[in-house]
Design a protein around this ligand. Sequence first.
Ligand code: GLN
Length: 298
Amino acid sequence: MSIVGFRGQGTAPTGGCGVTRSIKEALDQAVNTLRNQDDARLDSEVLLAFVLDRSRSHLHAWPEAGLDAEQLRRFEQLIAERARGRPVAHLTGRREFWSLDLEITTDTLIPRPETELLVEQALALLPAQQNLRIADLGTGSGAIAIALAKERKAWSLCALDRSLACCRVAQRNAQRLGLYNIDVVNADWCDALAASCLDAILCNPPYVADRDPHLQRGDLRYEPRSALASGTGGLDAISRLAADTARVLKKGAWLFLEHGYDQSQDVYKLLNNKGFTNISCIRDLAGIERVTRARKPA
Ligand code: GLN
């Protein structure tokens, strides 16, 4: 009589009927394969949860449950790709942002947790009940606009990107999450926007210097260069945005910009030169100067 390891029932596999390895054994082996990378265990868990179409907590609850041969084959293939450097978000086609499950492709930036600070700032500063018109410039997967559309049903979001492929991803994400207070527009920065039409703008622009060695490391190697790098000092996009956003914001409207850890002084000067007021920089959870907010004079 063969003994079957029943998935989801905590039964340890003991061979037969295609059961090849327990969750715990598969994870331990994957962590060992990825031992030279940061986040080896987290990445292994995310990838195994993806293969099994279960949550990470399922893995912790049922460590002795068995994987069948096909699941093990797929998992080992993903771990091998991860070992070669492919980002987890590209392997799963998914990344969580603001507790929302977003589709990600190689056309989009992979949303970072620190970008949630932009969302927090807008939610804290702008009136929740008014029908504000708010744009997310260079939206990528739509992360920022979608988080705001989800939190504030009274606001009208416009998510813009010059990449049509990104617009399609952002549109799919908004639709899948059932959000209707968001328009996706295929346009470069503010080019499609009328003068003085917006109550707020949020933007996570490219801000890494073209020759920054970080671009050759980790996930950044696989992400679109146009979403990361911006000229020799990394400030080309922000410099253009300082001018263009001043045109399309209403009087008294707010701009929220993400930037690099050492750019707050430069960003201050660029915005100050374009007449912005109330300019202040906010630190992220790691204590890094990450977001600058500024107001067009009333
Ligand atoms: N925060 C990203 C990084 O340094 C860069 C994202 C961006 O340029 N907007 O990895």
